[in-house]
Design a binder for this molecule. Structure first.
Ligand SMILES: *[C@@H]1O[C@H](CO)[C@@H](O)[C@H](O)[C@H]1NC(C)=O
Ligand SMILES: *[C@@H]1O[C@H](CO)[C@@H](O)[C@H](O)[C@H]1NC(C)=O
Ligand SMILES: *[C@@H]1O[C@H](CO)[C@@H](O)[C@H](O)[C@H]1NC(C)=O
Ligand SMILES: *[C@@H]1O[C@H](CO)[C@@H](O)[C@H](O)[C@H]1NC(C)=O
Ligand SMILES: *[C@@H]1O[C@H](CO)[C@@H](O)[C@H](O)[C@H]1NC(C)=O
Length: 317
């Protein structure tokens, strides 16, 4: 019987340590409560050129002032120090900066067909709420996630470095189970997209806005729209924390800055809109069994080497 050398045990101990380290969960360093602390206006490094994209809920249909969530969210962003220019091919609502691309009754495929007319504006942030009409019309609900996936690919390919906030659907009282089905597909899609490092964050509208906050079983009440602003705001903060947000590109109509004069024209208020308190659920992730991250590979690798070492050791015993 042959004595095992001390080197064997040192190597083995190192491998066990590596295994434990690589298998332990990655600890987030984003827990600083002061990250989202209040700051003076115009303190962020670049403006947000925001495209609100979707259907009637994006437009703010059935809201008294026609602004829906958009005015609340814009005010919150200004209050937090972001310069903001909302863009889109439509203008609705009493707010000054009232551009958007929310088309009444449109499904995902119709929004996708329209997308090519938007890309020249190169938004660095897209707020995407689409699919409610697919649910209401019972239109190929099984493949709604696939259609959304194609739209995301088109937007990411044609608007480099843009960040997309993908909204799950608010309740609808007509085909609620189809809405839930689509939201579930979006969560899976988001998990896959995030796993491949796409600049995408989920805004989970499906739980905060309740049934009694709808005026016609589809469109939110004033309180519901304000809660939507809270959910978007939480998602935008998440995108900022994750380092997704990038300065907007210069285009033929924008040079990437907003002059003070222009800003004054666009602003309604930069005061605290006092959005309803909201804590977002964690972003969706794919299951560990499909884990192909570096730590997952390390883990497998070290386990494999240890098994070989044990075999060698047994051979010598
Ligand atoms: C947050 O900011 C306040 C005021 O600037 C400071 O007193 C406090 O220590 C900070 N907290 C952390 C966790 O950094
Ligand atoms: C929204 O604005 C468009 C023009 O951008 C106008 O044609 C349409 O009537 C408006 N819709 C509502 C519901 O205000
Ligand atoms: C996208 O962002 C990265 C990192 O900030 C940068 O290096 C790259 O040039 C950007 N790409 C485009 C097309 O702007
Ligand atoms: C962008 O255009 C504005 C006028 O529209 C001008 O005041 C500003 O200096 C320009 N900024 C850059 C970086 O070219
Ligand atoms: C995990 O992988 C299996 C088989 O490769 C696949 O069927 C499943 O959809 C994957 N799950 C997720 C969440 O990606």
């Amino acid at each position: 019987m042959r004595q095992l050398t001390p080197i064997f045990w040192v190597v083995q101990a190192c491998l066990i340590w590596l295994t434990l380290v690589s298998a332990s969960p990655v600890i987030s360093d984003l827990s600083d409560p002061n990250v989202s602390a209040l700051q003076a206006r115009d303190t962020k490094p670049f403006p947000l050129r925001i495209l609100p994209l979707g259907a009637s809920i994006t437009m703010g249909y059935k809201s008294k002032d026609g602004n829906g969530y958009r005015k609340w969210l814009r005010q919150q962003l200004r209050y937090a120090g972001w310069e903001v220019d909302m863009i889109g091919t439509l203008k609705n609502g009493t707010m000054h900066d009232n551009d958007h691309d929310g088309h009444i009754g449109w499904r995902i495929d119709q929004i996708a067909a329209h997308a090519k007319t938007i890309i020249s504006q190169q938004p660095n942030l897209i707020l995407l709420n689409a699919g409610t009409n697919d649910a209401l019309q019972d239109y190929k609900v099984d493949t709604a996630g696939k259609r959304m996936d194609s739209l995301l690919t088109y937007l990411f390919d044609n608007i480099p470095n843009t960040t997309i906030i993908l909204s799950t659907l608010t309740f609808n009282g007509k085909n609620p189970e189809l809405g839930t089905d689509i939201s579930t597909q979006y969560l899976e899609l988001a998990a896959e997209r995030r796993a491949q490092n796409d600049r995408l964050v989920i805004a989970d509208m499906s739980t905060f806005i309740q049934w009694d906050q709808l005026v016609d079983k589809i469109h939110p009440t004033a309180a519901g729209y304000k809660e939507m602003a809270s959910v978007w705001w939480a998602a935008i903060q998440e995108a900022e924390k994750e380092g997704f947000l990038e300065a907007p590109k210069s285009t033929t109509t924008y040079n990437g800055t907003i002059s003070k004069t222009r800003e004054k024209q666009l602003d309604d208020s930069t005061g605290d809109p006092s959005l309803p308190a909201y804590t977002a659920p964690p972003q969706p992730t794919i299951t560990v069994s499909n884990d192909s991250t570096r730590s997952g590979q390390w883990h497998l690798w070290t386990v494999g080497v240890q098994m070989i070492m044990v075999c060698i050791a047994l051979f010598y015993v």
